[in-house]
Design a protein around this ligand. Structure first.
Ligand SMILES: N[C@@H](CCC(=O)N[C@@H](CS)C(=O)NCC(=O)O)C(=O)O
Length: 215
């Protein structure tokens, strides 16, 4: 098997990549990049991603980092699965939401995950109330936009699942632990609950739980 995914499944960015790979049914070797043990800082991993961050992918000699680039590569490699449609406007629509995810939605959620979950896990001290407040403001702006967009829709783009759904929903995997204030955003909750019903979501969740148990 030439395809390798280096990931720490507890991270939403890793969850995103593993989720899409599982949804697509691409065969891959899962390589644990254990952030708790500093695996991202080793020479071998740094050669794979000089940013020393996971997730990262290897496909033979080809190396790729950035979770959205990785899922686009996997989906384009498996066009029959329908997550990367051939139509240019459909692709642009999906890319718009994937860029929005990496510039707006992910940073808002990551601030709250970092302050309320990661700091505790890695001995980083208590959540900083100023950072939490900034995160909450960014989150509510983003959640309102996504909520309005999802009204009357089952999917973020067009009438079927796309990479946009996976990229955006994966960020919510730690919603409970990070106490994301999702209550007012009924459309986001309806859509994300449906995403969580996907067999690939459950499969990825099981990988995440196994990795948490082993840590
Ligand atoms: N924009 C990147 C973010 C990757 C990222 O920040 N990964 C974090 C965990 S979620 C990481 O590996 N951090 C390790 C470190 O900073 O030492 C992506 O989407 O792939």
């Amino acid at each position: 098997m030439t395809l390798k995914i280096h990931a720490f499944p507890l991270s939403p960015r890793a969850f995103k990549v593993l989720l899409v790979a599982n949804q697509l049914g691409v065969g891959y070797e899962f390589c644990l990049c254990d952030l708790t043990k500093g695996a991202q800082k080793t020479d071998t991993f740094t050669a794979l991603n000089p940013n020393q961050k996971m997730p990262a992918l290897e496909d033979g000699d080809f190396k790729l980092w950035e979770s959205n680039a990785i899922i686009q590569y996997l989906a384009a490699k498996t066009p029959e699965a329908g997550l990367w449609p051939p139509d240019q406007k459909a692709q642009a629509d999906i890319l718009r939401w994937m860029f929005w995810e990496s510039t707006t939605w992910d940073p808002a959620i990551a601030t709250l995950v970092f302050e309320r979950v990661v700091k505790g896990l890695f001995g980083g001290g208590a959540a900083d109330p100023i950072e939490v407040e900034k995160g909450l403001q960014k989150f509510s702006r983003g959640a309102a936009i996504l909520n309005d967009h999802l009204r009357g829709r089952d999917h973020v783009c067009g009438d079927k699942l796309s990479l946009a759904d996976f990229a955006l929903a994966a960020d919510l995997i730690m919603a409970a632990q990070a106490q994301l204030p999702l209550e007012p955003y009924t459309e986001v909750r309806r859509w994300s609950a449906r995403m969580a019903e996907l067999p690939a979501w459950k499969e990825t969740l099981a990988m995440q739980q196994a990795s948490a148990a082993a840590a």
